[in-house]
Design a protein around this ligand. Structure first.
Ligand code: ZN
Length: 102
C-alpha cells in the first residue's frame, strides 16, 4: 500500500487521514513590456535562437511554466495558506498581481 507523508513536516498520513493536495502552477508573466534592444534586431534574435538551440527544451519549458504537487497535513496546510513563503506577510489574493495573461 502506498504511504503518504506530509511534504512539509514529514508526518505520516495513514489511509483515511485528513490530507491536502497543494498544486503550485507557476508561469512566466508577461506585462506587455519588451526591453528595448540596442543594436541590430535581427542579430539579437539570431543570438537568442543560438542560445536556445544549445538549451535543453525541457529547461526552456521549465523556465516558462512549472507545476508542483505537494501533499500536506492539516496543520501545514493551514500554515501554508496563511503565509506560503513564511515571509510574515499575508498572501496576495485574487487576480490583482497578474499581468496581461488572460
Ligand atoms: Zn505537515
Amino acid at each position: 500500500m502506498e504511504k503518504f507523508r506530509c511534504h512539509s513536516c514529514g508526518k505520516d498520513l495513514p489511509k483515511g487521514s485528513l490530507k491536502y493536495i497543494v498544486e503550485i502552477r507557476s508561469f512566466a508573466d508577461f506585462d506587455g513590456y519588451l526591453e528595448e534592444y540596442d543594436g541590430d534586431m535581427e542579430e539579437g534574435i539570431n543570438e537568442l535562437l543560438d542560445t536556445m538551440e544549445n538549451m535543453d527544451p525541457k529547461t526552456i519549458e521549465e523556465d516558462v511554466s512549472k507545476e508542483l504537487i505537494y501533499i500536506l497535513c492539516k496543520s501545514c496546510m493551514d500554515k501554508f495558506t496563511s503565509d506560503p513563503f513564511q515571509t510574515g506577510k499575508a498572501a496576495f489574493v485574487g487576480e490583482d498581481v497578474k499581468g496581461t495573461i488572460h
